[in-house]
Write a protein that binds this ligand. Structure first.
Ligand code: ADP
Length: 272
């Protein structure tokens, strides 16, 4: 009957659309993989020339001795190139993270030492922008079973944002609280703040807040996505808070003190 024919036609149409969609999904997945591969290659190609450049500058400094202009130029190149190295390394990690290829190398470390790695990375920027950094940490030594380089990377990303998005002479406060289960770390700044509706979006890969109403500092929008992912890989959480534009921002993250997946370390790690 004509009814049956029209049903058959509809079924065929649905099937055709489904097949078309499957092709489209394949094409999108393929494009996404090519994009990941491109990003990884791009990062490698950008990273390779940097080491010889940094080495050559160190040599120039030795040759030029105490010439103050050379020393100043060297300091600028050092600062800018280490920022570039961090950016490129983050870019390399994007493809590792999206393909679940990033592995943690956990060891027992003191939280203080992880902080020191991160502070070392951002100290030149803090000095350059004349920001005031206050650190409130419990006196007791806090031992954690974590990947120190990866945790420092997460912390560095958050701290360098606090520096980037805060005008000169502003304040950055780092506070560490202990609970029985968690270490809670809070990084607050007196910077440009984040609009409420963007608080969750800032953790999406490649996302940036463009309606701050201020000049937009350079960036790719990957630092926070990576930082949250790295903290989550450690079993923690990360959230953003801000009373709004111009009101400063706070990034909070937790790290469990107990690692449950590994029975050898299924205990509170306290190093005295
Ligand atoms: P990037 O800084 O490279 O743009 P991120 O992923 O580190 O990328 O941050 C994403 C966005 O979140 C930034 O572009 C910025 O708009 C906003 N943001 C991050 N940290 C802060 C902060 N401390 N204060 C205000 N805005 C911030």
């Amino acid at each position: 009957t004509s009814d049956e024919i029209s049903i058959a036609v509809q079924v065929a149409q649905v099937a055709a659309v489904t097949i078309e969609n499957l092709d489209l999904i394949d094409a999108l997945r393929d494009a996404d993989q090519r994009k990941d591969r491109f990003l990884a290659t791009l990062a490698h190609e950008l990273r390779n020339p940097l080491t010889p450049i940094v080495n050559a500058v160190a040599m120039l400094e030795r040759v030029a001795g105490s010439h103050s202009g050379v020393a100043r130029a060297k300091a600028t190149i050092d600062r800018q190139s280490s920022q570039l190295v961090r950016l490129i390394d983050d870019l390399m990690d994007v493809s590792r993270v999206t393909q679940d290829r990033l592995e943690l190398r956990r060891e027992v470390v003191l939280l203080r030492d992880v902080f020191e790695l991160a502070f070392e990375a951002v100290r030149p920027m803090i000095i350059e922008r004349n920001l005031h950094l206050t650190v409130n940490m419990p006196d007791e030594s806090i031992g954690l079973f974590v990947d120190p380089a990866r945790l420092a990377q997460a912390l560095t990303n958050i701290l360098s944002n606090a520096v980037k998005y805060t005008d000169p002479n502003g304040d950055i406060l780092v506070a560490v609280h202990m609970t029985t289960d968690d270490v809670r770390i809070e990084v607050s700044d007196t910077g440009i703040g984040i609009p409420a509706e963007q608080l969750e979006h800032v953790f999406q890969m490649f996302s940036r807040v463009y309606d701050h109403g201020s000049r937009m500092p350079a960036g790719l929008g990957i630092g926070l996505a990576l930082a949250r992912r790295l903290v989550e890989m450690h079993g923690g959480t990360m959230t953003a808070h801000s009373a709004g534009v111009g009101q400063g921002s706070t990034f909070r993250f937790t790290l469990p003190r107990v690692v449950r997946s590994d029975s050898h370390h299924d205990e509170l790690l306290k190093v005295d």
